[in-house]
Design a protein around this ligand. Structure first.
Ligand code: HAM
Length: 428
């Protein structure tokens, strides 16, 4: 007896994206690519998996993502790899490896893998659009990166987006602050949430990031990082905030915003879509990571970037009822109906596509009625009919599928004139 073939499904927490929904993805990616180009970023493509050390050293082995969510595996030669849970550490690894001239500005579109509890807006494979700028500490680049995100969100039609911003300081001032926080937490261990009551001492900053009421209550009575920045970090932060204000970009100080990865220094930020449920309303986030290059074995190099989840952006568009007007509209210009049984259709379809028209056709020599039904369903503006008569005369019939005026809705043209006739009709 042969075993029954199982019905396979996409893995839990992942999803397939098919047309026409995928046209929205194309639109988002194309719009982001256009913005990245305008702001001077070029596309970078790095492998989907890296030596696990890139992430353990990069995002920090005590971060939730490294500890609990990373997909780690050994290949057949026993090398330890991880599927990328985020885009920044791989880009910095590539920067160190290739040493491009600085400032180096790169953008990416990538899947990211995290073993999370799946729910709306939280997946095990999600997709990020992001940028990274390496080689300058100038607050102007912080402003530029944040402005790119803000302008992009506006361009795709989102209007209800808030920008939260904080400074994590640098080694010295943050180090001193962490000791103050550690002292405070040490006095209130019994009041922390179950998880942080155990691990608060490993990295006290993670407790600030905890959304549970118990931890929020303890940390809100404790010292806040923005009150303990050194002069240099405070000035840097003021210049970022003033720069944003000068562009008309509002930001709200969020002293608890430390974000989930250990690489952050100085500016950190998050964009929240107010139309989404607060648990999953972060449509983008990022910040500076001035020590990351060193942590991955490179020369000291400042950097800043952000990543934005495509799925979350689309959920936010849906929640705001945004028609995604500036996004790509995927429409069919022509549908070629062929009942001649000859090769003329293949040639004319190729000519039209070479001339730039989105052209579809029927296959399998089905009846005229069946092919016309598919043509109507395709949403094409014009149908090109090639029957035995047209074929014998070296002509085609062009029919305007959106016209009710049947008498004037169609015309016969010579095969060699089809491209010009179609161009004239479509631009009418
Ligand atoms: P992140 O905040 O972890 O930052 O992720 C960036 C964005 O990806 C989030 O704001 C959210 O929109 C989306 N996202 C994250 N996890 C999920 C998930 N499980 N399901 C759906 N969407 C998700 C980073 O990854 C940093 N690399 C950002 C960065 C770039 N920092 C500096 N440069």
């Amino acid at each position: 007896m042969t075993e029954p073939i199982p019905t396979f499904q996409a893995p839990i927490g992942t999803h397939d994206v098919l047309g026409p929904e995928s046209a929205r993805w194309e639109g988002l990616v194309a719009t982001f690519a256009e913005f990245a180009y305008r702001y001077g970023f070029s596309l970078v493509i790095t492998p989907m998996f890296e030596d696990v050390g890139v992430f353990n050293r990069g995002i920090g082995e005590h971060s939730d993502v490294a500890k609990k969510e990373m997909y780690v595996f050994s290949d057949r030669s026993d090398r330890r790899y991880a599927l990328r849970p985020e885009g920044t550490a791989p880009v910095v690894r590539a920067f160190i490896q290739h040493q491009p001239t600085t400032p180096w500005k790169a953008w990416y579109v990538t899947p990211a893998f995290r073993y999370e509890r799946p729910q709306a807006g939280r997946y095990r494979q999600h997709h990020q659009l992001g940028v990274e700028a390496l080689g300058t500490d100038d607050p102007a680049i912080d402003v530029e990166v944040i402005a790119l995100a803000a302008r992009f969100y506006r361009a795709i039609g989102l209007t209800r987006v808030s920008l939260l911003i904080n400074s994590m300081g640098h080694d010295v001032c943050r180090g001193a602050y962490v000791e103050l926080l550690r002292g405070h937490l040490g006095q209130h261990v019994g009041e922390l949430c179950d998880e942080h009551a155990k691990v608060w001492n490993e990295n006290p900053l993670r407790v600030l990031d905890c959304k549970k009421e118990a931890c929020v209550a303890v940390t809100s009575r404790g010292p806040m990082l923005n009150e303990h920045l050194c002069d240099e970090c405070r000035t840097h932060f003021e210049r970022v905030r003033d720069g944003l204000a000068s562009l008309g970009i509002e930001s709200t100080l969020a002293p608890r915003l430390v974000r989930g990865f250990d690489y952050y220094t100085r500016t950190t930020f998050e964009f929240a879509a107010d139309a989404l449920d607060s648990a999953q309303n972060a449509i983008g986030g990022g910040g500076r990571y001035d020590r990351l290059a060193e942590q991955l074995g490179g020369k000291p190099t400042g950097g800043i970037g952000f990543g934005s989840g495509i799925e979350r952006l689309l959920l936010a568009c849906d929640a705001e009822g945004v028609s995604s007007a500036p996004l790509l509209k995927r429409t069919v210009d022509l549908f070629v109906v062929d009942t001649s049984g000859e090769d003329a259709a293949t040639k004319v379809v190729d000519d039209l596509r070479c001339a730039g028209f989105a052209t579809e056709r029927a296959y399998d020599a089905r009846s005229m009625k069946a092919q016309m039904k598919v043509a109507d369903k395709s949403g094409a503006r014009l149908a090109l009919l090639i029957g035995p008569q047209e074929h014998a005369a070296g002509e085609v019939t062009i029919r305007d599928l959106r016209s009710d005026d049947f008498e004037h809705a169609q015309q016969r043209v010579a095969l060699r004139d089809v491209v010009i006739a179609v161009a004239n009709l479509l631009t009418k």
